[in-house]
Design a protein around this ligand. Structure first.
Ligand code: SIN
Length: 480
């Protein structure tokens, strides 16, 4: 029986950088639910935030903590910003090309909540795609595609590997260490910017195995999303647009955001999202992203993904205004880990990237800190694994599995998405949250497949955490 040094669930920046950090001599298996690019990293536009220089480390720390609304774990933030510069420089040394300005030096852009330009980008607005492509080209480990992890093979505090569903059969894969890097919860919301397969199942599994999720009420909604395209994943319009001059206006061209915060379009995204929501509700007016401050040739070169995607949808940019709505974007909450990514209550189980919660983002993530988190905390987890002396006797598990999907699950999944969007979204009401909790419990008692059950358990935790936190804080905005 083959025993891997590590199994990594997910091939976004955290998963692939973890694989790279192991080096060639370790036996590593990376498992992707669908294709390797079906991850949130691939769709990240804006870039990667990184301290500009030594002096900026402290400023980046403070910006992250200020936006994080009192909930950040300072130690995690210090690690992110201190190790962040090293991690990005290492990526550059490995050959990754960030965009440069006309003078040939790295071009740093600005996004909301940052007190200076410190966001590196690549391919204009294709930062995540370029980084993913680079990490895939670098990868020297086995990748298993179209494979859903249906169980963690856990006994006591030890994880022996995973059970995987692949092309109609179940199979167990065994490993000395298991790393969960499966991303957030996008598909449990009706409108989101995430990759299609990101649906919070691993978080539900962790709950069933006795692990903990924390800060689950802290769900981030990106303010500038075009939601009228077909398909579950909606078209993100990067925050870098606002950083470089885009405006948010209503149908009378009014820049109403200044009525909510003096920073206007550069306010942290929880403020921009809830202000758009409120303005639309109060005035019944449509809200737009205006790109009129950009010159066409510059725009096309700097934001090619948005230019061409929106062209396909009939928009002529930068001349046309784009109707926008906030949409679910990022989960600050996740599987509770220590600062080395180790899942609490387990000896050899790790979680990194968006699926994890070290407290680094607190109640609201500073824009473009997530790719940096993926790089920094994946390396720490692998360093911890490689320096650990933990040994255990492997146990063989049965390959029996429950039914994953049952008739009727699709309709219930759609109902869940609608409920989560309406009641556990940008602005929440206690009574609606309580109704949602009751309905989730009712569905959970019915005859449903395992995958829906795991999604429901994660959703239930989001709703319960939102009910529990009585005051508005960070991304959690509650009207009683
Ligand atoms: C964006 O490009 O606006 C997204 C950046 C992020 O979510 O950090």
């Amino acid at each position: 029986m083959k025993i891997y040094d590590a199994i990594i669930i997910g091939a976004g920046i955290a998963g692939l950088n973890a694989a790279a950090s192991f080096g060639e001599d370790k036996e590593v298996l990376i498992i992707c639910k669908e294709n390797s690019w079906d991850c949130n990293t691939f769709y990240a536009q804006g870039g990667i935030a990184v301290p500009y220089d030594e002096e900026d480390i402290q400023v980046h720390i403070e910006d992250t903590i200020n936006v994080g609304a009192t909930l950040c774990n300072r130690e995690a933030v210090e690690i992110l910003c201190r190790d962040g510069r090293v991690a990005v420089d290492d990526l550059i040394d490995r050959g990754f090309q960030f965009d440069k300005g006309e003078d040939g030096t790295l071009h740093y852009t600005k996004e909301a909540g940052h007190s200076r330009a410190r966001i590196l980008h690549a391919g204009g607005d294709a930062s995540g795609r370029c980084m993913h492509h680079f990490l895939m080209q670098e990868n020297q480990h086995a990748l298993l595609y179209n494979s859903t992890v249906t169980d963690l093979l856990i006994e006591g505090e030890i994880c022996h590997g995973v059970r995987v569903y692949h092309k109609g059969t179940f199979r167990n894969y065994y490993a000395k260490n298991t790393i969960i890097a499966s991303g957030g919860v996008g598909s449990i919301y009706k409108y989101h910017t995430n990759a299609r397969s990101i649906s919070g199942e691993m978080q539900g599994l962790i709950l069933e195995k006795g692990g903990k999720l924390r800060d689950m009420e802290m769900m981030q909604f990106h303010p500038t999303v075009f939601i009228h395209n077909k398909g579950a994943r909606k078209q993100l319009l990067t925050e870098a647009l606002r950083g470089e001059g885009a405006w948010i206006v209503d149908e009378d061209k009014k820049r109403f955001l200044f009525e909510y915060d003096k920073r206007g379009p550069l306010s942290p995204r929880n403020i921009v999202s809830s202000s758009i929501f409120d303005w639309k509700k109060k005035t019944h007016k449509q809200v737009f992203l205006s790109l009129k401050n950009f010159e066409k040739e510059f725009f096309k070169k700097r934001f090619p993904t948005i230019y061409f995607n929106m062209k396909d949808l009939g928009f002529k940019l930068p001349a046309d205004e784009i109707p926008i709505s906030p949409a679910f974007h990022y989960a600050m909450g996740g599987i509770e880990t220590n600062l080395d990514g180790k899942v609490l209550n387990f000896k050899n189980l790790y979680a990194i990237g968006e699926v994890a919660s070290t407290g680094v983002h607190g109640g609201n993530r500073l824009a473009s800190n997530s790719l940096l988190e993926g790089l920094v905390f994946s390396k720490r987890a692998v360093d911890n694994i490689c320096s650990s002396k933990f040994n255990f006797e492997l146990k063989v598990f049965s390959q029996e599995e429950e039914v994953l999907v049952k008739d009727g699950d699709k309709v219930l999944k759609d109902e869940l998405r609608e409920l989560m969007w309406e009641n556990a979204g940008i602005v929440r009401k206690r009574s609606k949250l309580e109704q949602t909790l009751q309905r989730i419990d009712q569905i959970l008692e019915g005859d449903i497949g395992k995958l829906l059950r795991l999604r429901l358990k994660t959703s239930r935790k989001i709703v319960k955490s939102a009910i529990y936190r009585q005051e508005s804080l960070g991304a959690h905005y509650i009207l009683n």
